[in-house]
Design a protein around this ligand. Structure first.
Ligand SMILES: [Zn+2]
Length: 51
């Protein structure tokens, strides 16, 4: 699972990914993967809900 790292300004493999849910627009529950960048340690966030 890859996500865009804003610090590295490139895509990184998510380290220690966890599935989380959050309230999107209109109170809809959305699924996302949250983890950290293996290079710089920045939080990575990738929305899964919509294809
Ligand atoms: Zn990074």
């Amino acid at each position: 699972m890859e996500a865009y790292c804003v610090k590295c300004r490139t895509k990184r493999e998510i380290q220690d990914p966890k599935e989380v849910s959050f309230a999107g627009k209109g109170g809809q529950q959305r699924a996302a993967m949250q983890g950290i960048c293996p290079v710089c340690g920045t939080k990575l966030f990738r929305i899964l809900g919509k294809k």
